[in-house]
Design a protein around this ligand. Structure first.
Ligand code: ADP
Ligand code: MG
Length: 451
C-alpha cells in the first residue's frame, strides 16, 4: 500500500506519494493534543480535505483507544452545516487518518484576535454556534470543549465546529444524570465543572457559548487572570463587566448565559426565543440526508441499545414494507457502511468485522448461525429475531455478534463482528469454523467486508 508513513511524524515535509493512492498531502494546518492536521487534496475529485493523522502507539500507550473510537462514532453521527464532517477513516500500521471536511477559513478567533466583531457579526456566528450545539444536544452529544481553536470557518466564512474528542455521549452519564470528568480549557470552563460537583453537559456547553459570545463582541475574555486560582475564583463569582458598546439586549442575554447557577442558566430553547438572538435567525432545515444513525456501532452494550423502533423513526427507506422487527437501513446507514468507517482492525486489538448480503429469511439466518455456533461448541448468550451473540473458545476468549438489517424486500445485510483475545489468533474460530458453515446463506460479499 503506498501509504504515507510521514504524515504525523515529526517532519512536516509534504508527501511525494498520495496517501492510500487517494490523497495528496500538503501543508500542516495545526496541532491537536494527539494529532497533526494536514491539508490534502483528493486526487480523483480535486476536493480539498483536512487529514488528522494520529499516531497509534501514542493512543495505545495513553490508553486512549476507546476515546478515538468514540470520537469516530460521535462524528459519524453528526451531519450539520456548522459541524466539520468526518468523511472517512483510514489506517495503516502506524497511524489512523481522519479525513475531514476542510475548513478553509481557518480558526474563527484568528479573526477576532485582529479586531472585535460588530454586534451583527457576533450574532451571526453565535446563531451558527447555537444551531450546531442545539443539534448535538438533541442527539445526546455534548461538546464539552467549546473554545476558540475548535471553531473554524469554511470558504464562505461560515462557522464549523470541530474536535469532538472530548465529547461524552448520554450513555456515559452516571445514574445521577451528570457528567463527572474534568475537562476543557480554564477560561471557557463553567463554574460547576471547577467545583467538581458533577455537571450537566448541555449546561456546560451553554456557558462556553456565553464566553465565546462575550469574546466575539468584546475582543477579550470576561474572566481572565494569569494566576489559575484567581481565574477560577473570578469564574465562580460570575462577575463580569460588558464593554460600553454592548446593547442592553445583548447584555441581558450574556448575563443569562453566564449565570453561575446551571439550574437557572438559559437553555438552547430559550436562547432561540431571545429577542437579541432571534434577529435574522434562520433555522437549519434538515434534508433527510442529515439523519443520524442512532445505534452506536462501537457500544459494547450494543444489543441492549439496538432498539429497532428508534432507527426506523429516523427515516427508513420507505420502499420496504414494515412488519418485521429488523432495522431498515436508511440512506445514512448505507453511507456509514462504506469501508471508510470500518473500525475493526484499527488497533489490531483482536476485533474483526465482516458483512455480507443474504436473500435468506432472517429466521433462517439466525437459526443457521445458532446451529453452526453450537455445533462448534459455542454458547448462545443473546438471541433475538435480528441478532445473536455467542461466546466460547478457550477461556471464553471468543465473542461473536451477528446483526441483521433489512436492505430491500429481498436482501438482508448480515453484519458479523468478532473479537478473539488470544494474541495472534486472527479470529480463526470465525474464519475457519463458523464462516464456512454459513456459506449457503451468502449472496454477495464485498472487499473489506463491505457490501
Ligand atoms: P485535537 O482534537 O487533537 O485538539 P483538532 O481537531 O482540534 O485536534 O485540530 C487541531 C487544529 O488543526 C485545529 O485547531 C485547526 O487549526 C486545525 N484543523 C483541524 N481540523 C481542521 C479542518 N477540518 N480544516 C482546517 N483546519 C483544521
Ligand atoms: Mg482541538
Amino acid at each position: 500500500m503506498p501509504a504515507l508513513e510521514h504524515a504525523g511524524d515529526e517532519s512536516t515535509t509534504p508527501a511525494e506519494k498520495p496517501l492510500f493512492g487517494k490523497y495528496e498531502v500538503g501543508r500542516l494546518l495545526g496541532y491537536g493534543a494527539f494529532a497533526k492536521v494536514y491539508h490534502a487534496r483528493d486526487v480523483h475529485t480535486e476536493r480539498s480535505v483536512a487529514i488528522k493523522a494520529i499516531n497509534k502507539q501514542r493512543i495505545i500507550k495513553g490508553g486512549l483507544t476507546a476515546n478515538v473510537k468514540r470520537e469516530i462514532s460521535i462524528m459519524r453521527r453528526l451531519r450539520h452545516p456548522n459541524i466539520v464532517r468526518l468523511l472517512e477513516v483510514l489506517a495503516n500500521k502506524k497511524k489512523i487518518f481522519f479525513v475531514l471536511e476542510f475548513a478553509k477559513g481557518g480558526e474563527l478567533f484568528a479573526k477576532v484576535a485582529k479586531s472585535r466583531f460588530s454586534e451583527d457579526l457576533s450574532r451571526r456566528y453565535f446563531q451558527q454556534l447555537i444551531s450546531a450545539v442545539g443539534y448535538c444536544h438533541s442527539r445526546g452529544v455534548f461538546h464539552r470543549d467549546l473554545k476558540p481553536e475548535n471553531l473554524l470557518l469554511d470558504e464562505n466564512w461560515n462557522l464549523k465546529v470541530t474536535d469532538f474528542g472530548l465529547s461524552a455521549l448520554t450513555e456515559q452519564i452516571r445514574p445521577d444524570g451528570l457528567l463527572h470528568t474534568l475537562c476543557g480549557t480554564p477560561s471557557y470552563v463553567a463554574p460547576e465543572v471547577l467545583l467538581k460537583k458533577g455537571y450537566d453537559g448541555a449546561k456546560v456547553d451553554i456557558w462556553s457559548c456565553g464566553i465565546i459570545l462575550f469574546v466575539l463582541n468584546a475582543g477579550y475574555l470576561p474572566f481572565n487572570d494569569p494566576n489559575l486560582m484567581v481565574l477560577y475564583k473570578k469564574i465562580c463569582s460570575g462577575e463580569f463587566r460588558v464593554p460600553r458598546w454592548t446593547s442592553p439586549d445583548l447584555k441581558k442575554l450574556l448575563s443569562r448565559l453566564l449565570d453561575t447557577n446551571p439550574q437557572t442558566r438559559i437553555t438552547v430553547e430559550e436562547i432561540i426565543n431571545d429577542p437579541w438572538f432571534k434577529i435574522g435567525y434562520k433555522e437549519v432545515k434538515f434534508h433527510h440526508d442529515y439523519l443520524e444513525l442512532k445505534a452506536d456501532d462501537e457500544d459494547d452494550d450494543y444489543y441492549s441499545n439496538s432498539d429497532s423502533d428508534s432507527v426506523s423513526d429516523s427515516g427508513s427507506a420507505g420502499t420496504v414494507s414494515g412488519g418485521d422487527n429488523l432495522k431498515v437501513m436508511n440512506a445514512f446507514d448505507i453511507i456509514s457502511f462504506s469501508a471508510g468507517y470500518k473500525l475493526s482492525g484499527l488497533f489490531d486489538d483482536g476485533e474483526y468485522g465482516e458483512r455480507f448480503l443474504s436473500t435468506a429469511a432472517p429466521e433462517k439466518i439466525i437459526e443457521t448461525v445458532v446451529a453452526v455456533a453450537e455445533g462448534e461448541g459455542l454458547t448462545v448468550v443473546i438471541k433475538r429475531e435480528w441478532c445473536v451473540k455467542v461466546v466460547g473458545g478457550y477461556n471464553c476468549n471468543f465473542v461473536m455478534t451477528v446483526e441483521l438489517k433489512r436492505l430491500t424486500e429481498q436482501l438482508v445485510v448480515v453484519e458479523v463482528r468478532t473479537k478473539e483475545s488470544e494474541v495472534g489468533s486472527s479470529n480463526r474460530i470465525w474464519k475457519d469454523k463458523i464462516r464456512p458453515g454459513l456459506s449457503n446463506l451468502i449472496y454477495k460479499t464485498g472487499p473489506a467486508g463491505c457490501c
